[in-house]
Ligand binder design. Sequence first.
Ligand SMILES: [Ca+2]
Ligand SMILES: [Ca+2]
Ligand SMILES: [Ca+2]
Length: 481
Amino acid sequence: MIKKNFLVFGSMAVMGLAFMSCSKDLYSEDAVNELQDATYAANFEKRYGKIDPNQTWDFTTGETTYSPVSSGSSTRAVASAADANFDHTEGSMTIQKEVSEFMFNKLPKGVDNSAMGKRFTMKIGENDFTIVPIFQGCASYFWELWMYVEGVGHQKIWTKGDDLKYRKAGTTGEFKKVGYGTDGMKSDGGPYEVLAPTYTYDNLPVGASMTFYLRVWTGGHDQYLKFQANPLDESNYPIEKSSVDLKMLDIQEAPVPNGLPEGYTATIIGCEDANDKDFEDLVFMVYGMPVPPTQRVEKVVEEKSKRYIMEDLGDTDDFDFNDVVFDIYYDRKLITYIYNNADDAEPSDIKRETLSNLGVVRAAGGTLNFNIKIGDKSVWAKSNVTSIKTTDMVNTQNGYNANYVLGEFDATGYNATANNVSVTVETRGDNEGVFVIPFPKKGTAPKIVAVPVITDWMTERTKVPTTWFKTESASDSQSNE
Ligand SMILES: [Ca+2]
Ligand SMILES: [Ca+2]
Ligand SMILES: [Ca+2]
Protein backbone atom coordinates (compact mmCIF):
# COMPACT_ATOMS: atom_id res chain seq x y z
CA MET A 1 0.00 0.00 0.00
CA ILE A 2 2.66 2.49 0.98
CA LYS A 3 4.77 1.88 -2.12
CA LYS A 4 1.80 2.03 -4.45
CA ASN A 5 0.62 5.38 -3.18
CA PHE A 6 3.98 6.98 -3.50
CA LEU A 7 4.56 5.55 -6.95
CA VAL A 8 1.40 7.25 -8.14
CA PHE A 9 2.28 10.57 -6.61
CA GLY A 10 5.87 10.38 -7.81
CA SER A 11 4.84 9.70 -11.43
CA MET A 12 2.37 12.54 -11.52
CA ALA A 13 4.95 14.92 -10.15
CA VAL A 14 7.39 13.91 -12.88
CA MET A 15 4.73 14.45 -15.55
CA GLY A 16 4.21 17.91 -14.14
CA LEU A 17 7.88 18.61 -14.59
CA ALA A 18 7.93 17.33 -18.20
CA PHE A 19 4.90 19.20 -19.51
CA MET A 20 4.98 22.39 -17.52
CA SER A 21 8.61 23.05 -16.73
CA CYS A 22 8.17 26.76 -17.41
CA SER A 23 6.30 27.10 -14.17
CA LYS A 24 8.77 27.07 -11.31
CA ASP A 25 6.67 25.52 -8.53
CA LEU A 26 5.29 22.43 -10.16
CA TYR A 27 7.85 19.87 -9.16
CA SER A 28 7.78 21.03 -5.62
CA GLU A 29 7.02 19.18 -2.47
CA ASP A 30 4.04 21.50 -2.09
CA ALA A 31 2.47 20.17 -5.27
CA VAL A 32 2.93 16.58 -4.18
CA ASN A 33 1.59 17.46 -0.74
CA GLU A 34 -1.52 19.06 -2.23
CA LEU A 35 -2.28 16.06 -4.39
CA GLN A 36 -1.90 13.71 -1.49
CA ASP A 37 -3.88 16.02 0.76
CA ALA A 38 -6.84 15.77 -1.61
CA THR A 39 -6.78 11.95 -1.54
CA TYR A 40 -6.39 11.95 2.21
CA ALA A 41 -9.23 14.45 2.74
CA ALA A 42 -11.56 12.38 0.56
CA ASN A 43 -10.75 9.24 2.52
CA PHE A 44 -11.11 11.07 5.82
CA GLU A 45 -14.59 12.35 4.92
CA LYS A 46 -15.57 8.90 3.74
CA ARG A 47 -14.91 7.59 7.23
CA TYR A 48 -15.60 10.51 9.57
CA GLY A 49 -18.19 12.43 7.59
CA LYS A 50 -18.12 15.84 5.95
CA ILE A 51 -15.89 18.24 7.86
CA ASP A 52 -17.61 21.24 9.39
CA PRO A 53 -15.78 24.38 8.15
CA ASN A 54 -15.50 25.49 11.79
CA GLN A 55 -14.14 22.19 13.12
CA THR A 56 -10.84 22.65 14.97
CA TRP A 57 -8.43 19.87 15.91
CA ASP A 58 -7.19 20.77 19.36
CA PHE A 59 -9.20 18.73 21.87
CA THR A 60 -7.17 19.63 24.97
CA THR A 61 -8.65 21.25 28.05
CA GLY A 62 -5.75 23.36 29.36
CA GLU A 63 -5.91 21.50 32.68
CA THR A 64 -3.06 22.21 35.10
CA THR A 65 -1.41 19.21 36.78
CA TYR A 66 1.14 18.83 39.55
CA SER A 67 3.93 16.31 39.92
CA PRO A 68 6.72 15.85 42.43
CA VAL A 69 10.22 16.91 41.51
CA SER A 70 12.82 14.22 41.04
CA SER A 71 14.73 13.21 44.13
CA GLY A 72 17.83 12.63 42.05
CA SER A 73 17.82 10.78 38.75
CA SER A 74 15.72 11.89 35.81
CA THR A 75 11.97 12.01 36.36
CA ARG A 76 11.31 10.65 32.89
CA ALA A 77 13.82 7.87 32.79
CA VAL A 78 11.86 5.04 31.18
CA ALA A 79 14.37 3.77 28.65
CA SER A 80 12.49 0.76 27.33
CA ALA A 81 9.02 -0.65 27.52
CA ALA A 82 10.27 -3.37 29.86
CA ASP A 83 11.73 -0.86 32.32
CA ALA A 84 8.36 0.58 33.20
CA ASN A 85 7.69 -2.01 35.81
CA PHE A 86 4.32 -1.88 37.50
CA ASP A 87 4.21 -5.64 37.93
CA HIS A 88 2.00 -6.38 40.86
CA THR A 89 0.00 -9.16 42.42
CA GLU A 90 -3.68 -8.92 43.27
CA GLY A 91 -5.49 -10.69 46.06
CA SER A 92 -8.08 -9.98 48.72
CA MET A 93 -8.13 -9.74 52.51
CA THR A 94 -10.48 -9.09 55.40
CA ILE A 95 -9.82 -5.85 57.26
CA GLN A 96 -10.86 -6.05 60.91
CA LYS A 97 -13.14 -3.55 62.63
CA GLU A 98 -10.27 -1.88 64.55
CA VAL A 99 -9.06 -0.36 61.28
CA SER A 100 -12.55 0.96 60.58
CA GLU A 101 -12.84 2.35 64.13
CA PHE A 102 -9.47 4.08 63.77
CA MET A 103 -10.60 5.62 60.51
CA PHE A 104 -13.98 6.85 61.81
CA ASN A 105 -12.23 8.33 64.80
CA LYS A 106 -9.67 10.20 62.71
CA LEU A 107 -11.93 11.30 59.85
CA PRO A 108 -15.35 12.38 61.15
CA LYS A 109 -17.82 12.91 58.33
CA GLY A 110 -18.88 16.42 57.35
CA VAL A 111 -16.01 18.01 59.26
CA ASP A 112 -13.11 19.89 57.68
CA ASN A 113 -10.28 17.45 58.41
CA SER A 114 -7.67 19.18 56.27
CA ALA A 115 -5.59 20.34 59.25
CA MET A 116 -4.44 16.72 59.64
CA GLY A 117 -2.79 16.69 56.26
CA LYS A 118 0.00 18.08 54.17
CA ARG A 119 1.15 17.78 50.59
CA PHE A 120 2.92 14.44 50.54
CA THR A 121 4.56 11.68 48.56
CA MET A 122 5.64 8.24 49.71
CA LYS A 123 9.22 7.08 49.33
CA ILE A 124 9.66 3.58 47.90
CA GLY A 125 11.71 1.28 50.13
CA GLU A 126 13.43 -2.06 49.57
CA ASN A 127 10.45 -4.24 50.46
CA ASP A 128 7.18 -4.62 48.64
CA PHE A 129 4.11 -2.75 49.80
CA THR A 130 0.38 -3.33 49.48
CA ILE A 131 -2.51 -0.99 48.74
CA VAL A 132 -6.02 -1.86 50.04
CA PRO A 133 -9.18 0.26 49.78
CA ILE A 134 -10.86 0.21 53.21
CA PHE A 135 -13.72 2.68 52.93
CA GLN A 136 -15.89 4.33 50.30
CA GLY A 137 -18.13 7.24 51.29
CA CYS A 138 -21.58 7.99 49.89
CA ALA A 139 -21.16 10.34 46.95
CA SER A 140 -22.24 10.54 43.36
CA TYR A 141 -18.86 11.30 41.82
CA PHE A 142 -17.13 8.46 40.02
CA TRP A 143 -13.38 8.04 40.20
CA GLU A 144 -10.31 5.93 39.67
CA LEU A 145 -7.34 5.76 42.04
CA TRP A 146 -3.99 6.23 40.24
CA MET A 147 -0.35 6.30 41.26
CA TYR A 148 2.60 8.09 39.73
CA VAL A 149 6.09 6.76 40.45
CA GLU A 150 9.06 8.92 39.63
CA GLY A 151 11.04 7.49 36.72
CA VAL A 152 8.40 4.87 35.94
CA GLY A 153 5.16 6.66 35.16
CA HIS A 154 1.44 6.46 35.82
CA GLN A 155 -0.68 3.44 36.65
CA LYS A 156 -4.29 2.89 37.63
CA ILE A 157 -4.65 1.05 40.94
CA TRP A 158 -8.35 0.71 41.60
CA THR A 159 -11.75 1.80 40.30
CA LYS A 160 -14.57 2.90 42.62
CA GLY A 161 -16.62 -0.04 43.90
CA ASP A 162 -14.48 -2.81 42.35
CA ASP A 163 -14.69 -5.98 44.46
CA LEU A 164 -15.19 -4.03 47.69
CA LYS A 165 -17.54 -5.62 50.26
CA TYR A 166 -18.42 -4.86 53.86
CA ARG A 167 -20.62 -5.81 56.76
CA LYS A 168 -21.36 -4.28 60.11
CA ALA A 169 -18.77 -5.41 62.68
CA GLY A 170 -20.08 -8.12 64.98
CA THR A 171 -22.59 -9.48 62.47
CA THR A 172 -22.11 -12.73 60.62
CA GLY A 173 -24.19 -12.21 57.48
CA GLU A 174 -22.98 -12.00 53.93
CA PHE A 175 -20.60 -9.22 53.02
CA LYS A 176 -22.51 -6.59 51.02
CA LYS A 177 -21.08 -5.28 47.80
CA VAL A 178 -20.33 -1.56 47.54
CA GLY A 179 -21.47 -0.19 44.18
CA TYR A 180 -19.98 2.51 42.01
CA GLY A 181 -22.98 4.82 42.39
CA THR A 182 -23.98 7.01 45.32
CA ASP A 183 -24.31 4.17 47.82
CA GLY A 184 -21.17 4.04 49.93
CA MET A 185 -20.51 2.42 53.30
CA LYS A 186 -21.62 5.14 55.68
CA SER A 187 -25.37 4.77 55.61
CA ASP A 188 -25.72 2.34 58.53
CA GLY A 189 -23.05 3.74 60.79
CA GLY A 190 -20.18 1.29 61.11
CA PRO A 191 -17.67 0.22 62.22
CA TYR A 192 -17.28 -2.38 59.51
CA GLU A 193 -15.38 -5.43 58.58
CA VAL A 194 -14.25 -5.04 55.02
CA LEU A 195 -13.49 -7.63 52.37
CA ALA A 196 -11.19 -5.77 50.05
CA PRO A 197 -9.00 -6.31 46.99
CA THR A 198 -5.24 -5.95 47.54
CA TYR A 199 -2.55 -4.68 45.17
CA THR A 200 1.03 -5.57 46.06
CA TYR A 201 3.93 -3.85 44.28
CA ASP A 202 7.58 -4.75 44.26
CA ASN A 203 10.52 -4.02 41.96
CA LEU A 204 9.79 -0.29 41.93
CA PRO A 205 12.94 1.86 42.13
CA VAL A 206 14.16 2.22 45.70
CA GLY A 207 14.16 5.85 46.81
CA ALA A 208 11.73 7.04 44.11
CA SER A 209 8.80 9.12 45.22
CA MET A 210 5.27 7.90 44.70
CA THR A 211 2.24 10.15 44.38
CA PHE A 212 -1.42 9.18 44.49
CA TYR A 213 -4.27 10.88 42.73
CA LEU A 214 -7.92 10.42 41.85
CA ARG A 215 -9.31 10.97 38.38
CA VAL A 216 -12.78 12.27 39.24
CA TRP A 217 -15.83 12.41 36.96
CA THR A 218 -18.15 14.85 38.71
CA GLY A 219 -21.01 13.71 36.47
CA GLY A 220 -20.76 10.23 37.98
CA HIS A 221 -20.62 6.86 36.27
CA ASP A 222 -22.69 8.03 33.28
CA GLN A 223 -20.14 10.69 32.51
CA TYR A 224 -17.35 8.14 32.87
CA LEU A 225 -19.05 5.92 30.27
CA LYS A 226 -19.33 8.90 27.92
CA PHE A 227 -15.63 9.56 28.47
CA GLN A 228 -14.88 5.97 27.47
CA ALA A 229 -16.83 6.43 24.25
CA ASN A 230 -15.28 9.80 23.45
CA PRO A 231 -12.25 10.85 25.53
CA LEU A 232 -11.87 13.95 23.35
CA ASP A 233 -15.17 15.54 24.38
CA GLU A 234 -14.14 18.19 26.88
CA SER A 235 -17.36 17.85 28.88
CA ASN A 236 -16.43 14.27 29.82
CA TYR A 237 -12.90 15.00 31.00
CA PRO A 238 -11.98 14.01 34.58
CA ILE A 239 -10.45 16.37 37.13
CA GLU A 240 -7.40 15.37 39.14
CA LYS A 241 -7.21 15.35 42.97
CA SER A 242 -3.67 14.69 44.11
CA SER A 243 -1.64 13.97 47.23
CA VAL A 244 0.80 16.70 46.16
CA ASP A 245 -2.05 19.19 45.94
CA LEU A 246 -3.70 18.79 49.38
CA LYS A 247 -6.53 16.57 48.12
CA MET A 248 -5.35 13.61 50.20
CA LEU A 249 -4.01 13.30 53.70
CA ASP A 250 -1.96 10.60 55.35
CA ILE A 251 -2.68 9.20 58.82
CA GLN A 252 0.18 7.13 60.10
CA GLU A 253 0.40 4.35 62.68
CA ALA A 254 -2.89 2.82 61.66
CA PRO A 255 -3.77 -0.68 62.97
CA VAL A 256 -2.17 -3.32 60.77
CA PRO A 257 -4.51 -5.89 59.16
CA ASN A 258 -4.82 -9.08 61.20
CA GLY A 259 -2.67 -11.99 60.16
CA LEU A 260 0.38 -10.11 58.90
CA PRO A 261 3.75 -11.10 60.37
CA GLU A 262 5.42 -8.99 63.04
CA GLY A 263 7.12 -5.87 61.69
CA TYR A 264 4.45 -4.59 59.31
CA THR A 265 3.27 -1.00 59.64
CA ALA A 266 0.38 0.79 57.99
CA THR A 267 -0.73 4.27 56.94
CA ILE A 268 -4.26 5.16 55.86
CA ILE A 269 -4.82 7.81 53.22
CA GLY A 270 -8.04 9.81 53.10
CA CYS A 271 -9.09 11.27 49.74
CA GLU A 272 -11.38 14.20 49.03
CA ASP A 273 -13.21 13.98 45.69
CA ALA A 274 -15.14 17.25 46.10
CA ASN A 275 -14.87 20.30 48.36
CA ASP A 276 -16.18 19.50 51.84
CA LYS A 277 -12.73 18.40 53.05
CA ASP A 278 -13.83 15.46 55.18
CA PHE A 279 -11.40 13.28 53.19
CA GLU A 280 -13.49 10.14 53.49
CA ASP A 281 -14.82 9.78 49.94
CA LEU A 282 -12.19 7.07 49.56
CA VAL A 283 -9.90 5.82 52.29
CA PHE A 284 -7.21 3.33 51.40
CA MET A 285 -4.44 1.69 53.38
CA VAL A 286 -0.81 1.22 52.42
CA TYR A 287 1.09 -1.36 54.44
CA GLY A 288 4.57 -2.84 54.24
CA MET A 289 7.54 -3.88 56.33
CA PRO A 290 7.78 -1.02 56.94
CA VAL A 291 5.13 0.99 55.10
CA PRO A 292 6.83 3.45 52.67
CA PRO A 293 7.33 6.63 54.70
CA THR A 294 5.46 9.76 53.68
CA GLN A 295 7.44 12.91 53.06
CA ARG A 296 6.20 16.46 53.01
CA VAL A 297 6.41 17.93 49.51
CA GLU A 298 8.73 20.90 49.24
CA LYS A 299 8.85 21.22 45.44
CA VAL A 300 6.36 20.43 42.70
CA VAL A 301 6.22 21.05 38.98
CA GLU A 302 3.05 22.75 37.80
CA GLU A 303 2.42 22.33 34.09
CA LYS A 304 -0.07 21.98 31.28
CA SER A 305 0.27 19.45 28.53
CA LYS A 306 -0.89 18.29 25.12
CA ARG A 307 -0.43 15.07 23.23
CA TYR A 308 -0.03 15.21 19.46
CA ILE A 309 -1.05 12.10 17.55
CA MET A 310 -0.30 11.90 13.86
CA GLU A 311 -0.80 10.24 10.50
CA ASP A 312 2.43 10.17 8.49
CA LEU A 313 0.99 9.76 4.95
CA GLY A 314 2.57 6.35 4.57
CA ASP A 315 -1.01 5.47 3.73
CA THR A 316 -3.88 7.80 3.06
CA ASP A 317 -6.62 5.75 4.68
CA ASP A 318 -5.39 3.92 7.75
CA PHE A 319 -6.17 6.61 10.38
CA ASP A 320 -4.44 4.88 13.30
CA PHE A 321 -2.93 8.28 14.20
CA ASN A 322 0.01 6.61 15.95
CA ASP A 323 2.72 7.13 13.36
CA VAL A 324 4.12 9.81 15.67
CA VAL A 325 2.92 10.34 19.24
CA PHE A 326 4.56 13.07 21.28
CA ASP A 327 3.64 15.13 24.34
CA ILE A 328 4.51 18.74 25.06
CA TYR A 329 4.55 20.02 28.64
CA TYR A 330 4.22 23.81 28.74
CA ASP A 331 3.45 26.72 31.08
CA ARG A 332 5.78 24.91 33.45
CA LYS A 333 6.73 26.27 36.83
CA LEU A 334 8.83 24.92 39.64
CA ILE A 335 6.99 25.71 42.87
CA THR A 336 9.01 25.69 46.07
CA TYR A 337 7.13 25.64 49.37
CA ILE A 338 9.07 27.31 52.15
CA TYR A 339 8.26 26.15 55.69
CA ASN A 340 9.15 27.90 58.94
CA ASN A 341 9.31 24.72 61.00
CA ALA A 342 10.13 21.12 60.24
CA ASP A 343 6.63 19.92 61.17
CA ASP A 344 4.54 22.66 59.58
CA ALA A 345 1.86 21.45 57.20
CA GLU A 346 1.36 24.85 55.58
CA PRO A 347 4.20 26.79 53.96
CA SER A 348 4.99 30.32 55.10
CA ASP A 349 5.98 31.27 51.57
CA ILE A 350 5.78 29.94 48.02
CA LYS A 351 8.36 30.62 45.31
CA ARG A 352 7.64 30.15 41.58
CA GLU A 353 10.26 29.81 38.84
CA THR A 354 9.57 29.34 35.13
CA LEU A 355 10.82 26.10 33.58
CA SER A 356 11.40 25.49 29.88
CA ASN A 357 8.87 23.53 27.82
CA LEU A 358 9.57 19.82 27.50
CA GLY A 359 8.74 17.43 24.66
CA VAL A 360 8.48 13.66 25.15
CA VAL A 361 8.18 11.25 22.21
CA ARG A 362 6.04 8.24 23.21
CA ALA A 363 5.57 6.18 20.08
CA ALA A 364 6.49 5.99 16.42
CA GLY A 365 4.13 3.64 14.59
CA GLY A 366 5.28 4.27 11.03
CA THR A 367 8.14 3.02 8.88
CA LEU A 368 9.45 6.40 7.70
CA ASN A 369 11.93 8.79 9.25
CA PHE A 370 10.43 12.01 10.58
CA ASN A 371 11.48 15.30 12.14
CA ILE A 372 9.45 17.16 14.74
CA LYS A 373 9.60 20.94 14.38
CA ILE A 374 8.60 23.69 16.78
CA GLY A 375 8.08 26.75 14.59
CA ASP A 376 10.97 26.64 12.11
CA LYS A 377 13.29 24.69 14.36
CA SER A 378 13.87 20.92 14.10
CA VAL A 379 13.88 19.51 17.61
CA TRP A 380 13.84 15.74 17.24
CA ALA A 381 14.36 13.11 14.52
CA LYS A 382 13.58 9.39 14.64
CA SER A 383 16.87 8.71 12.83
CA ASN A 384 18.79 10.15 15.80
CA VAL A 385 17.74 7.24 18.03
CA THR A 386 20.58 4.78 17.58
CA SER A 387 18.84 1.84 19.24
CA ILE A 388 16.17 1.57 16.51
CA LYS A 389 15.99 1.63 12.72
CA THR A 390 13.86 4.32 11.14
CA THR A 391 11.78 1.51 9.62
CA ASP A 392 10.92 0.14 13.09
CA MET A 393 7.46 0.70 14.47
CA VAL A 394 7.96 1.56 18.13
CA ASN A 395 5.48 1.12 21.00
CA THR A 396 2.30 0.77 18.95
CA GLN A 397 1.67 -2.97 19.10
CA ASN A 398 -0.78 -4.61 21.49
CA GLY A 399 0.31 -4.05 25.07
CA TYR A 400 2.15 -0.83 24.33
CA ASN A 401 3.47 1.13 27.29
CA ALA A 402 1.87 4.55 27.85
CA ASN A 403 4.82 5.63 30.01
CA TYR A 404 7.49 4.80 27.45
CA VAL A 405 9.98 7.54 26.57
CA LEU A 406 11.47 7.14 23.09
CA GLY A 407 13.10 10.55 23.31
CA GLU A 408 12.91 14.00 24.84
CA PHE A 409 13.43 17.43 23.36
CA ASP A 410 13.57 21.05 24.40
CA ALA A 411 10.30 22.63 23.26
CA THR A 412 11.38 26.24 23.71
CA GLY A 413 9.44 28.41 21.28
CA TYR A 414 6.33 26.25 21.53
CA ASN A 415 3.10 28.24 21.37
CA ALA A 416 0.14 26.30 22.78
CA THR A 417 -2.45 28.67 21.34
CA ALA A 418 -1.02 28.52 17.83
CA ASN A 419 -0.08 24.79 18.00
CA ASN A 420 3.09 25.71 16.09
CA VAL A 421 4.20 22.12 15.69
CA SER A 422 4.80 20.32 12.42
CA VAL A 423 6.32 17.05 11.34
CA THR A 424 8.34 16.44 8.20
CA VAL A 425 8.27 12.90 6.90
CA GLU A 426 11.03 11.53 4.68
CA THR A 427 10.07 9.00 2.04
CA ARG A 428 12.69 6.70 0.60
CA GLY A 429 13.91 5.10 -2.60
CA ASP A 430 12.63 6.15 -6.03
CA ASN A 431 10.09 8.52 -4.57
CA GLU A 432 12.38 10.17 -2.11
CA GLY A 433 11.07 13.42 -0.77
CA VAL A 434 10.05 15.36 2.25
CA PHE A 435 6.41 15.85 3.15
CA VAL A 436 5.55 18.63 5.53
CA ILE A 437 2.64 17.97 7.88
CA PRO A 438 1.52 21.11 9.68
CA PHE A 439 -1.00 21.33 12.48
CA PRO A 440 -4.28 21.45 10.51
CA LYS A 441 -6.27 24.59 9.83
CA LYS A 442 -9.90 24.51 10.94
CA GLY A 443 -12.25 22.79 8.54
CA THR A 444 -9.51 20.75 6.85
CA ALA A 445 -8.80 17.03 7.16
CA PRO A 446 -6.35 16.62 10.07
CA LYS A 447 -3.14 14.61 9.96
CA ILE A 448 -2.17 15.90 13.41
CA VAL A 449 -4.60 16.18 16.30
CA ALA A 450 -3.97 17.56 19.82
CA VAL A 451 -5.49 15.48 22.63
CA PRO A 452 -5.19 15.36 26.44
CA VAL A 453 -2.08 13.42 27.55
CA ILE A 454 -4.24 10.84 29.33
CA THR A 455 -5.68 9.79 25.96
CA ASP A 456 -4.61 6.32 24.83
CA TRP A 457 -3.39 6.05 21.28
CA MET A 458 -4.42 3.33 18.84
CA THR A 459 -2.53 0.12 18.31
CA GLU A 460 -1.19 -0.56 14.82
CA ARG A 461 -3.76 -0.39 12.00
CA THR A 462 -6.64 0.34 14.39
CA LYS A 463 -8.56 3.33 13.12
CA VAL A 464 -9.40 6.15 15.52
CA PRO A 465 -13.11 5.63 16.39
CA THR A 466 -15.60 7.76 14.50
CA THR A 467 -16.98 9.02 17.85
CA TRP A 468 -13.72 10.90 18.46
CA PHE A 469 -13.93 13.29 15.52
CA LYS A 470 -17.23 15.05 15.51
CA THR A 471 -17.77 15.96 11.91
CA GLU A 472 -21.10 16.93 10.37
CA SER A 473 -22.50 13.74 8.95
CA ALA A 474 -20.54 11.35 11.16
CA SER A 475 -22.38 12.69 14.19
CA ASP A 476 -25.60 11.26 12.76
CA SER A 477 -24.03 8.01 11.69
CA GLN A 478 -23.98 4.85 13.74
CA SER A 479 -20.81 3.64 12.13
CA ASN A 480 -18.14 2.79 14.68
CA GLU A 481 -15.45 0.20 15.20
CA1 LIG B 1 -15.82 14.64 50.90
CA1 LIG C 1 -1.08 5.60 10.13
CA1 LIG D 1 0.78 3.26 12.32
